[in-house]
Design a protein around this ligand. Structure first.
Ligand code: BGC
Length: 269
């Protein structure tokens, strides 16, 4: 139980990769805050799964732990800085502290560059970058105040490096996330706070619903993936659990790609 005694907040954890991360961290012994914006039923589902792990943990997985794993759900829109600050404050209030922040919530909007609206640009940048910036700031303030180390893990994308036509705002947000991580690795190192990115490729989650329902596009995508399959949330979650643990204490400012080889697969036909 590598994360026993730790408290983690995973933003956007009512579905997809975020839900997978919550479950993996709970399996490793962490108490978890589940955040959602518009799917309370998804957050409840995540919580029920955490409680099931807690029950098992009680009996067999972690006999040293007197209580079972705890989970708590909080509604907050990551696109709103006041709500982001409230989310961090409520998480700390509920569990007494926070040790791990996983900035997972993210959205994307499909449009040719010349058609992108200001509203869509703001929606993407606010959730994917501004929300991450200020959630991380509030978390860091808490760690510095309580003089404790901590771990920040950002769920980025292969598109922090790789162009994604028709998703310019999304790429801008993920490229920004890459530089935020590099900058903060330097600025926060002295406090024992590490920050890293996990960059998924094509993972089977609700963000990809349209793609998954389009056999032609899906077939073309699979041809680009050397491991010939889409990723699953667990593929991402296991790397997050490693980065959140003491095994990764000497790692900061790095990006870990979880993409089945997609990023480097240029081929001439
Ligand atoms: C995007 C997906 C896309 C995948 C691979 C992810 O960051 O959210 O829509 O399929 O990258 O291109």
């Amino acid at each position: 139980m590598k994360l026993e005694g730790k408290v983690a907040l995973v933003t956007g954890s009512s579905q997809g990769i975020g839900q997978g991360i919550v479950l993996r961290l709970a399996e490793a012994g962490a108490d978890v805050v589940i955040n959602y914006r518009s799917h309370p039923e998804g957050a409840e589902e995540t919580l029920a799964k955490v409680q099931a792990i807690g029950g098992r943990c009680h009996m067999v997985q972690c006999p040293n732990r007197q209580d079972s794993i705890k989970g708590h759900t909080i509604r907050a829109d990551l696109g709103s800085v006041p709500e982001v600050r409230q989310l961090i404050a409520e998480s700390i209030e509920h569990f007494g502290k926070l040790d791990i922040l996983v900035n997972n919530a993210g959205i994307e909007k499909h449009a040719a560059f010349w058609d992108v609206t200001e509203a869509d640009y703001d929606a993407v940048l606010n959730v994917n970058l501004k929300g991450v910036f200020f959630a991380t700031q509030a978390f860091v303030q808490h760690l510095i105040e309580t003089k404790r180390p901590g771990k920040i893990i950002n769920i980025s994308s292969v598109h922090e490096d790789l162009p994604f036509p028709n998703f310019a705002a999304y790429c801008v947000s993920k490229g920004g996330m890459k530089m935020l991580t590099r900058n903060l690795a330097v600025e926060l190192g002295a406090f024992g706070i590490t920050i890293n990115n996990v960059a998924p490729g094509a993972i089977e989650t609700p963000i990809n619903t349209q793609l998954l329902n389009n056999p032609e596009k899906l077939g073309a995508l699979l041809k680009n993936i050397p491991l010939s399959r889409l990723g699953q949330p667990q593929d991402v979650a296991s790397v997050v659990a490693f980065l959140a643990s003491a095994d990764a204490d000497y790692i900061t400012g790095s990006t870990f790609f979880v993409d089945g080889g997609l990023l480097w697969n240029y081929q001439e036909q």
